[in-house]
Design a protein around this ligand. Structure first.
Ligand SMILES: *Cc1c(COP(=O)(O)O)cnc(C)c1O
Length: 386
């Protein structure tokens, strides 16, 4: 048995504390401090299942609950989160309410597999897809006319455009358009979209929430008991369930979320500042930079500026590839949000949006010493120029 909230209630606790305190077992004499990991596909059961009784792990298992409670507390949700086998499984579940022939509005620079998913909806179910620039509020609001669902990412992947979330979510609500926010980049410490009126928040838990690049996991969070029930039913019917061990690891990772985010954001802001002054750099994007297009909005709406950087070296895609080959500490890899810093040229994927520059490197800044991260980038950048 877990108690979802520590004794003084979640409202009294700040997010940094909730990340540590939520989803703990009851404080009874001799109880473990951490929830147990139960590895069992089935439960002793006969006759009619009673409420709260476990039956079969595709339907429910107690190892999911502490993580689901902790993430709900962080997002400020009234319902426990619903954990899924991956971020894409959570996104598929959230988008399952789009009817055949419906219309989805989403960022032109959304996560590329999300873009592939809605293209598949177009082929299978005649769904119309309206791709918008989420930084352009008027454009998004105009696209909501007659739409079934709005999906927002902010900041976007990999262009770091920042949306006016409260304005977009209010407009969606006024038009009865279901709104889904992919909060993977910002994390619940950066913004809480439910408080701005989002119907559903989805996460690739794989990234910052788990934080160690050792787990693939997703989650959806909502305040609505009806939507939560529908997401759970979808998970059971489609079998898009997470393994208990992955969920247990994600909760372990979540305990240090605030520390990791704080450190990686500070590193990212410092590196953005230094990169902007390096002669080998054509452009650096990070909302912390005062002249970044997303700066004013991110400063107003978010706590912190995130730890993803966009970097375009002088010399085009070949120079970008050479930089990836020249770093020694930064890991050349896709994905983001781990303790280790990594980078990749996004357009190496044929499926990446064509409006993403060919030479754009996406840097996921980790928690290493900023001086070591900078030395490595600097030697690689200097090498391009000799
Ligand atoms: C990685 C990612 C996803 C997909 O999550 P998986 O866990 O890889 O399925 C979705 N949205 C964003 C913004 C991501 O970065």
């Amino acid at each position: 048995m877990t108690s979802s909230h520590p004794p003084h209630g979640p409202a009294a606790l700040r997010p940094e504390t909730l990340a540590v305190a939520a989803g703990r077992p009851e404080r009874t004499q001799g109880a473990p401090v951490n929830p147990p990991l139960v590895l069992s596909s089935t439960y002793v059961s006969q006759g009619v299942q009673q409420p709260g009784e476990m039956l079969y792990t595709r339907m429910d298992t107690e190892t999911w609950h502490p993580f689901e409670e902790a993430l709900a507390a962080l997002e400020g949700a009234g319902e426990p989160a619903v954990a899924f086998g991956s971020g894409m499984a959570a996104i598929a579940a959230a988008l399952s309410s789009v009817p055949a022939g419906g219309t989805v509005v989403l960022p032109r620079h959304a996560y590329q597999v999300t873009l592939g998913f809605v293209d598949d909806l177009t082929r299978r179910a005649g769904v119309t897809v309206r791709r918008v620039d989420v930084a352009d509020t008027d454009q998004v609001v105009a696209a909501l006319d007659g739409a079934s669902l709005l999906l927002v990412e902010s900041p976007t992947n990999p262009m770091l455009e920042v949306a006016d979330l409260p304005a977009l979510l209010t407009a969606a609500r006024e038009r009865d358009v279901l709104s889904v926010v992919d909060n993977t980049f910002a994390t619940p410490l950066g913004q809480q979209p439910l408080a701005h009126g989002a119907d559903v928040v989805v996460h690739s838990v794989t990234k910052y929430l788990a934080g160690h690049s050792d787990v693939v996991l997703g989650a959806a969070v909502t305040d609505s008991p009806e939507i939560a029930a529908r997401l759970r039913a979808y998970r059971t019917l489609h079998g898009s369930v997470p393994g208990p061990f992955e969920v247990w690891l994600a909760l372990r990772g979540l305990r240090t979320l605030a520390l990791r985010v704080e450190r990686s954001q500070a590193n990212a802001a410092e590196l953005a500042h230094r990169l902007a002054a390096h002669p080998g750099v054509a452009e650096v994007r990070h909302p912390s930079l005062p002249d970044d297009p997303g700066h004013e909005r991110a400063a107003r709406l978010m706590h912190g500026f995130g730890s993803i950087l966009g970097l375009r070296p002088h010399g085009g895609p070949a120079a970008a590839d050479a930089l990836v080959a020249a770093v020694r500490l930064w890991v050349p890899a896709t994905s983001l949000g781990g303790v280790e810093s990594s980078l990749e040229r996004r357009r190496r994927f044929a499926t990446e949006s064509l409006t993403v520059p060919e030479d754009l490197l996406r840097l996921s800044v980790g928690i290493e010493s900023v001086e070591d991260l900078w030395s490595d980038l600097e030697q690689a950048l200097d090498g391009l120029r000799t």
